[in-house]
Write a new protein. Sequence first.
Length: 73
Amino acid sequence: MRDVPIHTDYITLGQLLKFVDLAQSGGHIKAMLADTKITVDGERDNRRGRKLYPGMIVVIDGAGTYRITEDHD
């Protein structure tokens, strides 16, 4: 499991995909969300704007598991 520290209240699923270098553009994000099984806290989700808060777990099929954390710096 990889921790993803954020400085804001939340990050969107689309932003997460870019942050962890799984997508390079909006079009790539859209295609990935359509073709890849992604679960957020155990429930399947493919909404680019899905808000992810600290403590949430995102599993991306073929890419791994990510935990959203607060960055206290």
